[in-house]
Design a binder for this molecule. Structure first.
Ligand SMILES: [Zn+2]
Length: 85
């Protein structure tokens, strides 16, 4: 049932394009716009700052790198030492 519906939909779109109601350029423009928006949103998120549990202020985009850095590793070691006490 679902598959049939999808096929119908595709047919419709193609038909619309054939009629000239939807141009391929318009569709491409729409797609590009959406992609750019998503990309910009991702960039904005990466730039957002947050305070790490170790006390460092960093950008979300640097999180992966930071987890490998000496300061964070030192913090982790400290945490473990504290638990042992
Ligand atoms: Zn940290």
């Amino acid at each position: 049932m679902c598959v049939g519906g999808k096929l119908e939909h595709e047919k419709m779109k193609r038909h619309q394009r054939f009629l000239g109601n939807i141009s391929i350029e318009d569709e491409e423009k729409e797609k590009t716009k959406k992609k750019e928006e998503a990309y910009r949103r991702r960039l904005e998120k990466q730039k957002e700052k947050y305070t790490c549990e170790c006390g460092s202020v960093l950008r979300k985009g640097d999180k992966a790198t930071h987890k490998k850095c000496r300061k964070y590793q030192g913090y982790l070691n400290q945490q473990m030492t504290n638990k042992e006490e």
